[in-house]
Design a protein around this ligand. Sequence first.
Ligand SMILES: Nc1ncnc2c1ncn2[C@@H]1O[C@H](COP(=O)(O)OP(=O)(O)OP(=O)(O)O)[C@@H](O)[C@H]1O
Ligand SMILES: [Mg+2]
Length: 525
Amino acid sequence: MTSTASVRTAHLTADAVSKGFEHTPVVSAVSLTVSAGERLGVVGENGRGKTTLLRLLAGDLVPDRGAVVRHGSVALVGQELPVRDGDTIGTFLDTALRVSREAVAEVTDASTALADAEPGAPARLTDALARAEALAAWDADRRADVALAALGAPSDRTLPMTGLSVGQRHRVRLACVLAERTDVLLLDEPTNHLDGPAVEHLTAALRTHPGVVVLVSHDRMLLDDVCTAVLDLDPTPDGEVRLHGGGWTGLAAARAAERARWEQRYALESAAHAELTEQVDAARSRLISSWRPDKGVNKHKRATRAPGRLHTLVRRLEDLDARRVPAPPSPLTFTPPELAAAPDEVLLGASGVVVPHRLRPFGDVTLRAGGRLLVSGANGAGKSTLLHVLAGRITPAEGVVHRSGAISIGLLAQESSFADETATPADLVERAEGVPLAELGLLDDVDARRPVSALSTGQRRRVSLALLLARTPHVLLLDEPTNHLSTALVDELTEALRATPAAVVVATHDRRMRADLAGWPDLAL
Ligand SMILES: Nc1ncnc2c1ncn2[C@@H]1O[C@H](COP(=O)(O)OP(=O)(O)OP(=O)(O)O)[C@@H](O)[C@H]1O
Ligand SMILES: [Mg+2]
């Protein structure tokens, strides 16, 4: 990496990079080039290796084979955001703006060196000034304030990160990274925790970013608005990853067309394979019978023709098998369990609820059997707190929460965590004593038997969803349910939520889901 590169010469190249875990290949011989001004999207099913690829590009993981060349400074905004005690907005800024701060410090040091008439000082100062200028380093903190405000994040440097909502933490980190003029921006699901105005700011910032952008996202609108090309990691007939020009829409059409061609070709080749196999078997039988002691006429002719015919058929079968496409893998299909309708009464109600510093005052909530409610509001307005109050996990300081005694309530929390990280998804769901995991179509058999700690973020989210649904609750409380899920599952889940007889409360910023659930009553906090 050459951190002195101008942002306009920023460049990222991966040459046949491969990486595997537990002897299973995750990223296989991926090659790509992204130049300044280009914005590459990366998509694929949960667990397909998007985060792994991004970490390889960032230099955060070492490839098993192949190489990555980075030209310019690099920032990785990871899919998850661990915070430690002691982290504040200030410490996040110190890390993000480190390069700018060092550049300013170098100007000061070089000036001192010049004043002391040290040899080489003039050249050192010229370099330091050029570098600070290129980074607009003196302006970094002001840019951070602008980005924090634009993303609706708090800006008090002393605020501890642990005291912020999940969404606020993500905004702070994103603002820090946008403020630093990093050449190569690598972003993993950056819109998961952003509301509409914040997504607009991010979209504009990325579209005008003069360097390199690589963006993993399930947000189809963001991919359309931002990307100049999209890399699809999902399976293809030839095993190669696909690069499509443009955003999501073009990719989706090309992907569907390729899948249709693949299925058609597979069907034709399978039929041809079956027919040829039959012919080979028949020719082999004829050959065997032709070598039996003579009983009839024409013995000589049969004996000489039969081996040639068999040989030709075997050759044709071998040729076919050599170029045959593999069977198109069946994608996982989410099969929501039947949730029971509750008696037609008020299942859940809240009035006059007060949770100091965590929840804005709101009107009453009343949810009847089969009821629907969308919860919206800026980060930190208290959406997650409200869902926890409704679920009975937070007791409000004031107000009344009514829960019908005969019903069960399930909460999908904003972040997935598991008491036993070594347990497998299959075990966890079995312990819930409800619908077996295999019936839900959320994880394949292999991933269902790995420890949850080893799964990708989206796969872990699928486990949380499975645990929630396996218990077939009467009321579903879902906090940002689309976060980390693949586009296919987002659509399947949305459809299931629209159809279920259970009552549903959804807190989401996801533009697509909000549009798809338009018409649901909306509680704005
Ligand atoms: N450190 C690790 N140890 C073992 N397996 C891992 C590790 N990191 C990733 N994997 C596995 O590699 C595969 C790809 O994971 P990765 O996080 O790259 O997927 P992803 O495409 O980003 O998924 P998601 O959409 O869920 O974020 C998964 O099967 C995951 O379990
Ligand atoms: Mg990921």
